[in-house]
Design a protein around this ligand. Structure first.
Ligand SMILES: *Cc1c(COP(=O)(O)O)cnc(C)c1O
Length: 469
């Protein structure tokens, strides 16, 4: 049934598009106009997956649907939610992972992929003070994303603090608390649920006017909890909040966490990438004190989705949290230490990190730093252009997320949601809105290494057009 000519046809099409991607994607609307009901009717009538069809025809049809009904996050004017444009080298790495179907559960199966990943983790880990991923000193692994990394952090914290946890579960523990700012990521809430601790174990603390966790509130909350017999298990500092890009005062809250014997986790899912730049690294000051760090390569390292990173200073905690013994897995790799499946949340695991190996290997750290700094500079330019046009900036971060409003929007004429809707409808740009202190504001993030000053001018023109009363 597989026809080599047709297969080649499909690959040729793929290659043509991949080589010309930046130009191709620029021509399209950033976001589709599809509604769920219409799209479903359309797709279900067009595809009969039960029947089978030639691969090149199928490829072209699937591609056509993706073109028409995806938000194109690799569009240079997608000013969105931390979804990057992807480096071509990373796409090659991902393709290799698929073709070879590397299995990283056990060293014997995934040897070269596991060690290449480790090299990438070691190289990137240095910037955040987690050197040693190649030795036994640091536990580091690629994860499906930040959600899994944050879950891993919580489970390591539990295993570290309560050696009995792996055996008896949450029921066998005293009441515990996890502290995170009101602007922290809600994957922390999911992690608490998945660990059997529940939402009430998570305390969301207020932020100051600069969108940073209020350290005094943290200290008071811990004191209150302790007086009531609730143990401070973990303090989460966010380095680059999803909404505002703000960075919690890591040295201060890390110090508080340590003072109370709590695990200090830094969620740097997006902001972690600032560490590759000598200039921007200081914004992450204090991250090296963390017990663990979440850093997504698929946020700001410009690789395809499906690559988080988890760094942990306590390999024994990871071993305790995830250890299992089986007779059906290959025997342990001896001097190399624990098998991946026995120290991480996943079992069968794709070679998620190969795309990072390829992107990093091509650019080097300096090349990466230039991309990151260029995007930070564009964020600065965007702030200036917005001020020029009478907008006021409401967030405070050296990273390229810009949240803004003006008097008309404050008075609801038009509503910020209406501005967003108009802009998305027109298709030239994509931005979002979110609430700050009870009022919605607009949000634009430089997510693509291919965004230019001209793209920013397009955004400003769209804002002028769409923010009219
Ligand atoms: C995106 C994000 C996460 C969740 O990561 P996923 O890769 O989406 O699972 C966690 N924390 C922060 C701060 C994020 O921005």
């Amino acid at each position: 049934m597989a026809d080599p000519e047709r297969l080649k046809q499909a690959w040729d099409e793929f290659l043509l598009e991949a080589l010309d991607w930046e130009r191709v994607v620029r021509e399209w609307r950033v976001a589709p106009r599809a509604t769920p009901a219409d799209l479903r009717v359309h797709l279900y009538s067009r595809f009969d997956l039960a029947r089978g069809m030639p691969v090149d025809t199928l490829f072209l049809r699937v591609r056509e649907e993706l073109r028409a009904a995806l938000t194109h996050v690799t569009h240079p004017r997608y000013f969105g939610l931390f979804n990057p444009s992807v480096r071509p080298a990373a796409v090659l790495g991902d393709a290799l992972a698929s073709l070879y179907n590397a299995q990283l559960a056990a060293w014997g199966h995934g040897a070269a992929a596991i060690e290449l990943e480790r090299l990438a983790l070691e190289t990137l880990g240095r910037g955040i003070g987690f050197e040693g991923a190649s030795s036994a000193g640091i536990h580091a692994t690629f994860t499906s994303g930040g959600n899994e990394a944050n879950l891993s952090a919580l489970q390591c914290a539990l295993a570290h603090r309560y050696p009995q946890w792996a055996a008896v579960g949450a029921r066998g523990l005293p009441p515990v608390r996890i502290y995170v700012s009101e602007l922290g990521h809600h994957s922390v809430l999911k992690a608490a649920r998945m660990s059997g601790l529940g939402d009430r174990s998570v305390l969301e603390l207020p932020c100051d006017a600069r969108q940073r966790l209020d350290a005094t509130a943290l200290r008071e909350a811990i004191e209150t909890d302790r007086a009531e017999g609730i143990e401070p298990l973990m303090v989460v500092g966010t380095a680059g909040t999803t909404g505002f890009g703000s960075i919690d005062p890591l040295p201060m809250i890390g110090g508080i966490a340590r003072g109370y014997g709590a695990w200090f986790h830094v969620d740097a899912a997006w902001g972690g990438a600032a560490s590759v730049s000598k200039r921007l690294r200081e914004a992450l000051d204090g991250i090296a004190q963390a017990d663990s760090v979440t850093w997504d390569a698929h946020k700001w390292l410009s690789v395809p989705i499906g690559a988080g990173m988890f760094f942990c200073r306590h390999p024994a905690a990871a071993a305790r949290a995830f250890a299992v013994q089986t007779g059906y897995m290959p025997p342990a790799a001896g001097e190399l230490g624990a098998e991946p499946y026995a120290v991480t949340a996943q079992w069968t695991r794709r070679a998620l990190g190969l795309k990072v190996v390829m992107a990093l290997g091509e650019l080097g750290l300096d090349g990466y730093a230039r991309l990151i700094e260029r995007q930070a500079d564009l964020g600065e330019t965007l702030r200036k252009l917005l001020k020029r046009d009478g907008w006021s900036i409401v967030n405070d971060t050296p990273l390229p997320v810009v949240c803004f409003t003006n008097d008309a929007l404050r008075e609801g004429a038009p509503e910020p949601a209406t501005v967003v809707e108009r802009i998305q409808q027109r298709g030239a740009c994509w931005i979002s809105s979110l609430p700050w202190r009870g009022e919605p504001v607009l949000r634009a993030c430089i997510t693509s290494y291919q965004t230019t000053e001209l793209d920013l001018e397009v955004l400003l023109a769209e804002l002028r057009e769409c923010a009219r009363p």
